[in-house]
Design a protein around this ligand. Sequence first.
Ligand code: NAD
Length: 351
Amino acid sequence: MNILTLPGDGIGPEITKQAVKIIKALSPNFNIDEAPIGGAGYDADGDPLPQTTLQKAKDADAILMGSVGDWKYDQLPRELRPERGLLRIRSELNLFANLRPAMLFDQLVDASSLKPNIVSGLDILIVRELTGDIYFGQPRGIHNLKNGEREGINTMRYSESEIRRIGNIAFQLAQLRNKKLCSVDKANVLETTELWREVMVDLSANYPDVSLSHMYVDNAAMQLVRAPKQFDVMVTGNIFGDILSDEASMLTGSIGMLPSASLDINNKGLYEPSHGSAPDIAGQDIANPIATILSAAMMYKYTFKQPNEAIRIEEAVEKTLQQGYRTADIMDDNSTKIGCEEMGDRILGNL
Ligand code: NAD
């Protein structure tokens, strides 16, 4: 197997390095290459997604990314900013299915801002459509109006086939879990999501073993903090999924714990932590590498179809937490604080 790593910016390189240690130990025969993306791509080649990086990503079997972005690139034109590199690679590789599990390790129940009885045992999966919706819809832009003022435009749109494609993935993932799928929309106000709901209902006939429910996005945002364990799999569009998955991440205590996978139709994937590049703590060896390490576990599960390796990684993480080791973001009074590098080493030791 050929894996391309894209360490990116900020804490990206330090957290990616820890996941690479684990992959090398589990699969010494895999080829692991590296390429710049984001601000690092701009610095190397004047482009947040250099052509050579894109080509390597196309050639690889799977991609492991750190994160992109740094305030020092904020003055660049939008097209050259680090985040554009990420949007472009998702779109170029047709990575339309974003899987974001929000799972709470028992050892971290107290790290959540919610009461233990609301979150203990939490294990939900948010499936977010990633290549359509208002983030990509045309027309878009900022225009001058005749009256002299300006107007900003973005367009929310989904075709039936785009909805069907993500819907099928969500139903199939629900079949592998507790067979409950909640589709999140705003069908009372937005025609785009009225169509979304129709297609989901239509698809459900092919998955009689999965119980489908619907929820408006505003209610879903509320239910996620009121009673998150009512959910098993949630499926939604790009913008709602962006917001809800960040909200769900906080249920688990720290955004530093949450992995993600973005898959194409053949399960080729780009795997990355759900968090950003955390420029405020970059280079200090205090970032939590667990989200990236768990992203590597997802890579074994979804692209390489090696579920046992995924479980080994997850169990090594759990054991390390059990032993009381914590990075600063998940630290509590009874634990031992360690840095990013040592967390990687301890998880490796427990593998
Ligand atoms: P962020 O996720 O980088 O950081 C938010 C907060 O969480 C910060 O206090 C940070 O220190 C902390 N944090 C994040 N990851 C952590 C980890 N692994 N361990 C410990 N603490 C962690 O979000 P932000 O500050 O809004 O954005 C910073 C940059 O990241 C911006 O340039 C933004 O565009 C970019 N970003 C990139 C991605 C991505 O690469 N997928 C996603 C979100 C934001």
